[in-house]
Design a protein around this ligand. Structure first.
Ligand code: NAG
Ligand code: NAG
Ligand code: NAG
Length: 412
């Protein structure tokens, strides 16, 4: 167990600790029950990806069967919360499986998470609906949610997940918190993200405005429901690159929230490969690079490195570590941050070792548009993406968003 850990660890493998804290954290926003996650945790062996998948598949199936047996006519919430929990556990079961893109469980667990989540959505007091926003290059799946049935123009937050997360997870991480505050919510997934990667076979693209601009067009069409002067864009994790990147080219947003700020995604990946391997990359020897990088893909490799590379190659859609290292070089805000003209919240999580130092670089480059906010370990909110501290995180971020809207209103 890492002796610098700031909280009790749920597994001796620090990556698995995070993988367990993540679903458990959703319990405060209708996405899990704590003892179910702890029960799965009991059977998970450090570094053993199969044990992780198996433990969560088992609890997911069990909770899903229980959910189906609940009479939803009596209290819809009873079945809803169980279906949402089952969806969360199916996502966790899938999480460590992407090293073998042909693994049938990747599609199977996803179909099950989607089905369970949709059964939950249908039982919301104001049911949400799935939408598909078409572009010339790809389709963007979204979920459109309103706080209630009233026809009224309201602030709207467009929310996207990151390197490895689903839009369904966004409902629990920030969506429900935003609905409680009276905002509309549109969650979505772009290329590289779970559903688009699976069903359209598309990997990540750096120019994320190709995803966000069609979404802004889409919400602006809903003139009865959307206040055109109060559209926010929120990006979680790798979304902390995507949201500011899109805002450099999309100027109709009132505010951007990067949770947390990412300045140069490629730099983080290149550091994880280490200087020796990156020297081989610079010299262009792909054969050699890919040979040596195999060591990161062995079960004996630290989970952070193995999972990071497996997930990266899957979501960027390549089988070559060398090509992955090349592709990620495009994911920097250095050339475009100066084009942002929108107030931008840049979270800076103290305990996020991988991105340490990046949020201040982003905030500095944004100049007067950047608002750097330190999330501190002592406040129990230092973890990557605020995982485990969702109540506190949504309070801080959504208060900031409302403050931006209020200031804009006063200037009118
Ligand atoms: C690339 O590395 C391989 C060893 O993996 C070596 O045989 C080959 O000569 C190298 N190519 C160049 C151009 O250095
Ligand atoms: C990616 O980077 C390369 C090399 O810098 C550049 O030619 C290309 O246009 C970039 N692609 C995108 C989509 O930004
Ligand atoms: C904790 O210590 C380990 C081992 O020294 C290190 O790899 C890790 O990055 C540290 N974590 C944090 C959050 O500083």
């Amino acid at each position: 167990m890492a002796d610098n850990a700031t909280m009790l660890q749920l597994n001796a493998d620090p990556n698995f600790h995070f993988g367990l804290l993540r679903p458990m954290a959703l319990s405060v926003y209708d996405g899990a029950d704590i003892s179910e996650v702890l029960m799965a945790a009991r059977d998970i062996v450090p570094g053993d990806f199969e044990s992780f998948a198996g433990a969560f598949a088992s609890i997911a199936n069990r909770v899903y069967e229980r959910a189906k047996g609940i009479l939803s006519k009596k209290f819809p919430v009873s079945a809803r919360t169980a279906f949402f929990s089952a969806a969360t556990y199916f996502r966790s079961a899938d999480f460590y499986l992407h090293g073998n893109p042909g693994d049938p469980r990747i599609m199977d667990f996803w179909a099950k998470q989607t089905d369970a989540f949709d059964r939950g959505l249908a039982l919301l007091e104001t049911p949400a609906r799935r939408v598909t926003v078409k572009t010339s290059d790809f389709d963007i799946p979204g979920i459109w949610m309103r706080p209630d049935d009233q026809v009224k123009r309201r602030p709207t937050i467009i929310m996207g997940n990151g390197y490895d997360g689903a839009q369904e997870e966004m409902y629990h991480v920030f969506g429900l918190a935003a609905l409680e505050r009276g905002y509309n919510v549109l969650t979505y997934e772009g290329p590289g993200q779970p559903t688009v990667r699976r069903h359209q076979e598309l990997g990540f693209i750096p120019d994320w405005e190709r995803v966000v601009t069609p979404l802004v067009d889409h919400v602006l069409e809903m003139t009865d429901h959307v206040d055109a002067d109060a559209i926010g864009l929120l990006g979680l994790s790798f979304g902390g690159y995507q949201a500011p990147r899109a805002a450099a080219f999309e100027h109709r947003l009132a505010a951007v929230m990067a949770i947390d700020g990412v300045w140069d995604f490629g730099d983080m990946i290149h550091r994880s490969f280490g200087p020796e391997l990156m020297a081989i990359h610079a010299a262009g020897n792909k054969t050699r690079f890919d040979e040596i990088a195999q060591k990161f893909l062995q079960p004996s490799a630290p989970t952070d490195l193995r999972w990071g590379l497996e997930q990266g190659m899957w979501s960027f859609k390549t089988r070559s570590p060398f090509d992955f290292a090349t592709l990620v070089s495009n994911y920097t805000l250095a050339e475009v941050a100066h084009l942002v003209r929108t107030p931008t919240f840049v979270g800076d999580a103290e305990g996020d070792a991988q991105f340490k130092g990046q949020p201040p670089l982003l905030a500095a480059a944004l100049g007067r548009w950047g608002h750097l906010h330190a999330f501190k370990n002592d406040d129990a909110i230092g973890t990557h993406s605020g995982i485990g501290a969702l109540k506190q995180q949504s309070a801080v971020v959504l208060d900031w968003f409302q403050g931006i809207l209020d200031a804009k209103q006063r200037r009118k």
